[in-house]
Each structure stands twice: as C-alpha cells, then as structure tokens.
Ligand binder design. Sequence first.
Ligand SMILES: NC(=O)c1ccc[n+]([C@@H]2O[C@H](COP(=O)([O-])OP(=O)(O)OC[C@H]3O[C@@H](n4cnc5c(N)ncnc54)[C@H](O)[C@@H]3O)[C@@H](O)[C@H]2O)c1
Length: 341
Amino acid sequence: MWAATCASTWYVDPTDAVVVAVVGPLTLSLATSLIATQVKRGDHVICVDNMFTGSKENVAHLLNEPNFELIRHDVVEPILLEIDQVYHLACPASPVHYKYNPIKTMKTGFIGTMNMLGLAKRCRARFLLTSTSEVYGDPLQHPQTEEYWGNVNPIGERSCYDEGKRAAECLTMDYHREHGLFNTYGPRMALDDGRVVSNFVAQAILGQELTVFGDGQQTRSFQYISDLVRGMVAMMDQDEVVGPINIGNPNEFTMLELAELVKSIVNPDVSVKFIENTADDPSRRKPDISRAKELLKWSPKVQLKDGLLKMLDDFRKRLEQAEALERRRTMDGFSPKGGPP
Ligand SMILES: NC(=O)c1ccc[n+]([C@@H]2O[C@H](COP(=O)([O-])OP(=O)(O)OC[C@H]3O[C@@H](n4cnc5c(N)ncnc54)[C@H](O)[C@@H]3O)[C@@H](O)[C@H]2O)c1
C-alpha cells in the first residue's frame, strides 16, 4: 500500500471535521470497516464508487448519517470535491473482474489514479493509494520488501491490473516523489468474487468441491480486513513516511493448506478438485513488513483461522438469502415483471 502527501503544507483546522474522500470502497468490509471508522470518529466521509463490483447495500446502514455521502462516479472522469484526505481504492481487484474489461482496468489504474491525484493536489489533501502485491509479479525475491522492483509480465492476461497499479505507483511517486496491499479477506466480499479465500469458503458452505488451481503449492499471505484498516489509518494519520509500505500478514500458506484449513473449519466432507492454473500465477507471495513495524508501529493481529471464523457467519447468512431468492424465482408462476410473489 502506498501513501503520498501531495502537499507538504497539508493543513486541517483542528476545530473542523476532516473531509475524507474514500474512492472505490463499496466491497469487502472496507466499506463497513474503513468508512465506519471514519464516520464514527466524526470525519465527514464522501464515498465515491462506480458500483462496478461495489454495492450500495454495503453502506446502507450509513446512508442516514449526517456526516456520510455516497456519490456514484467513475474515477476515469475527473471529479471536483473539497476534501482533506483521499483514500484511493478504486480498481477491480479480483482476476475475474479485472480481466472482464482489461482496457478499462488499465484506464482505472492510470487515468483514475491521475484524476484522484489531481483532486488531492488541487485540495492540498493527503493521498493514500492501495497498491497491490501483484506489482511484485512472480517474485524472484522472497519475502518481498518495498525496494523489490518485481518480475511482471507486461503483456500477459494479468498485466492490465499489475501494470495499471505499477503506473499508479509511478504517478503517485511522481506527484509527490507516495502504501502495497497483500491479499486481504473478510466479511462482505462478493460471493462470486473469484478470489481464493471467498471461493473456498462459499464452496465449503455449499458442499461443493474446493477448486485449487495448478498443484496448489503456490503460496499467498492473507491478512484480515481489520488489520488492513488499522494499517491504512496509521499511514494516513502520520506525517513522516511517504511510502511505499507493505501492509500484509507475513504468515505464508500454500493454496492446498488453505483448502485444508477451510475444510476443517467449514465442512470436512468436501473434497479438493485440481483445475488448470491461470496464466502468470505467481508461485510465492509473502510481505516483508519490517518497514510498517518500525515506522508505523503496525503489525497484523488476526490469525488466518480466527479471520476465517469471523467471515463465516456473514457468508452463511448471505448464501442462505441468495438460495431463498433463487427458490422464489423458480417458484411456479413467478413473473420477473410482476410484484412480489
Ligand atoms: N482485497 C485484496 O486482497 C487486495 C489486495 C491487494 C490490493 N488491493 C487493492 O485494494 C483496493 C480495493 O480492493 P477490493 O478487494 O475491495 O476490490 P474490489 O474489486 O472488491 O472493489 C473495488 C471497488 O472499486 C470500485 N471501482 C472499480 N473501478 C472503479 C472506477 N473506475 N471508478 C470508481 N469506482 C471503481 C468498485 O465498484 C468496488 O467498489 C483495490 O485498489 C485493490 O487493487 C486489494
């Protein structure tokens, strides 16, 4: 994750509420966690999202709060706001979503970030970009420190996301001379999100086979959403560090280990199915978080097993609702144009 102060003279009257633009936050629990944290502490939060993968439902409980606003807007177009801080998260992060329209993903990474940096610059606001461990590609260095330049395929199926974020980092550094995010999971992730933790949990609840790409020996490091939000706020609320700073949980798991853990917690009866791997799937991923520990006094607190248990209730509830809706749709006589059956 990268942060930048676009103006060293950033100043907020301590008697005024800080106006925070959170851009692209309507999925995962970033909506409830990050935004709810800001709203609770009295900041005025303007949430900007084009609802591509995000959903208004995730902030429904905040819509009547006087210090919360929701704007449907695509960051590929400029926006005029008067703000003190920008958290720029807008970008589809699941391979299913970012490969859906790669050119749009690249535009979001580049033009979207340029627009948000322009907004921060004009308002002399503090800026935080959620970059990604994908900028390290299939890393030749392990674990990955912030200094590592990465090993990325510039013309592959993942490039729109990886290179879009690399361009976003470059722009952010260019605007300031600029926080990298490692895999994050939690409640409110889309049920069909396509990312491994949400996939396994949903499949296990539904009693389906857990689909493991390749031989399942590739590793990832998973951080729970509340750890990420603490890291982002710590980064935004300080004056010393520009970035980049790795925010992630360094505990490393193979996909097969993750599948076995999900099985043991959610449903021991399901089996694992191996399917062909996708192109350019990184073989290893583990953040070196020494910088975050030293400079932000931040380290992750939630272990994978505990985090999975925390997201389970939410996934069970939403899958039950989705099943009930599906049953209603297939009931005899249901007409999509009619009122409730
Ligand atoms: N979740 C993770 O594990 C992870 C890991 C690394 C980096 N990140 C980064 O964190 C950020 C958020 O990740 P996420 O997992 O919540 O992603 P997500 O795809 O679930 O959500 C992205 C949000 O951005 C919005 N969005 C997409 N394109 C937009 C556009 N052009 N204009 C306005 N809004 C737009 C979507 O509607 C959605 O609300 C992304 O920038 C992602 O690259 C996430």
